[in-house]
Write a protein that binds this ligand. Structure first.
Ligand code: ZN
Length: 195
């Protein structure tokens, strides 16, 4: 697990899947919403922690996203992907909007061959923020097409709606044992003592 330090505080990045880490980049606690991707620079830094941007590309991405005009458009797309993916997993909306957005952000053709093997197609000269959006879209596609829906769960703790990969067949209940899990254990313990 990685920690992302930001103006919103410390965010635990579980690191089980970049698409799920994207969903968990906004926190709702007792009605208070903390969006850790609130600025272009925050997005750039978070994307490194979430393994979406290689360390040697981060400076270029930060420089691009420091420009308000670029950051506004990119954040709009990132927030839209996050919301549409959450809606898709929670089955609260038709999938057309998510499919259209992902198709728009993925390169055409999708793949090319390089020295290190098959990679996401790149002309090599596209802006750093476009590469980030393409990688994010690809991880969402990978999640939707390769992870059975029954293996994607949401934390049961009150005031936590984080998503995580659950390979236990529905037995895992908490996003993190050292967090929501221990808090639930403490609550059960207190409830027992008071009866
Ligand atoms: Zn949780």
């Amino acid at each position: 697990m990685q920690i992302f330090e930001s103006r919103q505080g410390r965010l635990k990045v579980i690191g089980e899947h970049p698409a799920l880490d994207l969903l968990n980049s906004v926190d709702v606690d007792r009605g208070r919403v903390s969006d850790f991707l609130e600025s272009g620079v925050a997005l750039a830094r978070w994307s490194e922690v979430a393994a979406l941007t290689p360390p040697d590309e981060v400076q270029k991405l930060v420089a691009a996203l420091e420009k308000e005009s670029v950051a506004g458009a990119v954040l709009g797309k990132v927030h839209a992907m996050r919301q549409l993916l959450a809606d898709e997993l929670l089955e609260v909306r038709q999938s057309e909007d998510l499919a259209a957005l992902l198709n728009d952000l993925l390169p055409h053709p999708l793949l090319s061959a390089a020295g290190e093997g098959v990679i996401l197609n790149s002309r090599g000269d596209e802006p750093a923020e476009q590469r980030l959006l393409a990688r994010m879209a690809l991880h969402i596609v990978a999640l939707l097409l390769s992870v059975p829906r029954a293996h994607i769960s949401q934390c049961e703790a009150p005031n936590c709606d984080w998503f995580f990969l659950d390979h236990s067949g529905g037995r895992r209940r908490w996003c993190l044992m050292q967090g929501c899990g221990n808090a639930a254990k403490a609550r059960r313990h207190r409830a027992k003592l008071s009866t």
